[in-house]
Design a protein around this ligand. Structure first.
Ligand code: PLP
Length: 375
């Protein structure tokens, strides 16, 4: 298989797994337990939290382990709403459903929501965010880079705008952890998900600035100072910290290698496949992402044909009740329905090779020709 879907998930690194294994087998204690086995697990969690805090650039008591990017987004948005009781929310129109669906939930409780559109390059400007803020705005979320287009957002500047207006700013950093520096100093909270950087699935971390007006989402035991109940998965915490450390330390090297593969792929596709369009800004995007639409082709059909050739990619469109709806991200960028439905996302990772780029370009050419020929 040629795997070009790293924005969806990444394989667990062998070295990370080896660090996790002892906490799933011999050192299996509950970190809350008062005995030696519990203390061993608790020490591992403390070390993982310290390491994560160091990398995020915050103090250890500002780091919370959660189940991933979805819980992080829900905690931030709903937690701020719960702490205020009422108010206005601003989110970008290109946020992940973790935020858009959380905002939709909060509308049912009387919170008002403004969605800020990006420009046609996929960038949300700090000015458009500032224009959307009101006196009663309590929360704002704009992600660090979009998961469909990979387009990088001016998170630090948006954070500064929110700070000026005393609005809680959450930055979904799921797509940039280990790729770009964290905007920690410019936001009130951020979230990461370890399966996006070769760590374990179903686990993530949040930075929440001390003193922020936010309530807990998950009520339960006194784990994580009572803010997030539930028995901590010590193995996953160890895995997240190890994977984040490796991704951060090797970031420059990985980014350069991956960008070279992606750039070769992009220039070959644009040159060799007529009617191909790169979606989103060409320069301001994470090194792994190439999102294309092809005239006369539906993204689902391309995905299907590539899958038959053993190549894993994804589309931006969601399939609800059998009907394919165009990507909300590309639609918000002003693309028409055909282009938004035609999008295919290729996301490269650290184990891909130039040979795989070759094979994928050839398979893609065949797929596009076949679909166009069938019409
Ligand atoms: N936010 C972004 C930008 C994502 O890309 C994803 C996953 O694709 C999530 C949030 C959700 O993360 P998780 O799968 O850990 O719940």
């Amino acid at each position: 298989m040629i795997y070009l879907d790293h924005a969806s998930t990444t394989p667990l690194d062998g070295a990370v797994l080896r660090k996790m294994l002892p906490y799933m087998t011999e050192s299996f204690g509950n970190p809350q337990s008062q005995h030696g086995a519990g203390r061993t697990a608790a020490n591992a969690v403390v070390a993982a939290r310290d390491k994560t805090a160091h990398i995020l650039g915050c103090s250890s008591n500002e780091v919370y382990f959660v189940s991933g990017g979805t819980e992080a987004g829900n905690t931030a948005l709903k937690g701020v709403c719960a702490a205020h009781g009422k108010g206005h929310i601003v989110i970008s129109a290109i946020e992940h459903p973790a935020l858009t669906e959380s905002a939709a939930d909060m509308r049912k409780f009387g919170f008002e929501v403004t969605y800020v559109n990006p420009d046609n390059r996929g960038i949300v400007s700090p000015q458009s965010v500032e224009n959307a803020l009101r006196k009663d705005t309590i929360f704002c979320a704009v992600m660090s880079a979009n998961n469909e287009t990979g387009v990088i957002q001016p998170a630090e500047q948006i954070g500064d705008v929110c700070k000026k207006h005393n609005v809680f700013y959450y930055c979904d950093c799921v797509q940039t952890a280990g790729v770009l520096p964290f905007p920690t100093a410019h936001c009130d909270a951020l979230g990461i998900s370890s399966h996006k950087f070769y760590g374990p699935r179903g686990f993530g971390a949040m930075y929440i600035k001390n003193g922020g007006k936010i309530s807990r989402l998950i009520s339960g035991g006194m784990q994580q100072r009572g803010f997030r109940g539930g028995t901590l998965n010590a193995a996953a915490a160890v895995g997240l910290a190890a994977a984040l450390e490796a991704a951060t330390e090797n970031s420059a090297q990985n980014n350069a290698t991956i960008a070279q593969l992606r750039d070769t792929f992009v220039s070959r596709v644009l040159k060799e496949i007529d009617g191909s369009h790169l979606n989103g800004d060409k320069a301001a995007r994470v090194p792994s992402n190439a999102n294309f639409s092809f005239d006369g082709c539906n993204g689902e059909n391309i995905l299907f044909l590539l899958d038959l050739s053993g190549i894993a990619v994804s589309t931006g469109s969601a399939c609800s009740a059998g009907a394919v709806t165009p990507s909300h991200v590309l639609t918000a960028m002003g693309y028409d329905a055909a282009r938004a439905k035609g999008a295919v996302r290729f996301t490269f990772g650290k184990y891909n090779t130039m040979d795989e780029v070759e094979v994928t370009v050839a398979a893609l050419k065949r797929a596009v020709q076949k679909i166009r020929g069938a019409k």
